[in-house]
Design a protein around this ligand. Sequence first.
Ligand SMILES: [Ca+2]
Ligand SMILES: [Ca+2]
Length: 202
Amino acid sequence: MIVKQPYYIMGKQTSRSFTLIELLIVVAIIGILAALIIVSVNVALTNSKIARTKQDLQTFTRAVSIAEANTGKALMQITGSGCSECGFNGSNDIGENLNNLLDSNAGVQQWYNDLQAIQNACNGDCNNINTMKRDPWGNPYSLDENELEFSNDLCRRDFISSAGPDGIIDSNYNGGPGYTWNCAGDDICVELPFATGTCANG
Ligand SMILES: [Ca+2]
Ligand SMILES: [Ca+2]
């Protein structure tokens, strides 16, 4: 027969229970673990939104190529604008806040019209780009049509970008040699192909 012996330390019987400090340590560890999980979930969520944005921009690029080939027109001739994004809050790019822009905003309206015009010019050959009205953060994409702008300059590039997680445009157009787009901050940008073929793509 086995008889359980009480537990003795220094000759005294003890009953083991959590002290307040031990409880606080356990609560702190649970808190740290919860914070780590929340952070990693947020990172995964942001990464999936960035991936969807890149997919949207790829879809849009393909649609623009088809629309230009079908019509023989450059992008600004198809959309009827040389600066679709200028109507959001003003004509400056850097620092423009695209968060909470309503559908009634002039720039948002222009962007929706652009999508429709490109979709029409695709003659059903491109994906339904009307579903990419806003990026995964709820903000409109920003389109700058430049090819044939300023005395029919053939070499000015077209760009589309998302303002990224912060919803603020960090990028701007570099009018210098090459007419590149300075894609900056957390923005996600794509250079669109030329329609006229006089300037090299890429
Ligand atoms: Ca422009
Ligand atoms: Ca940004």
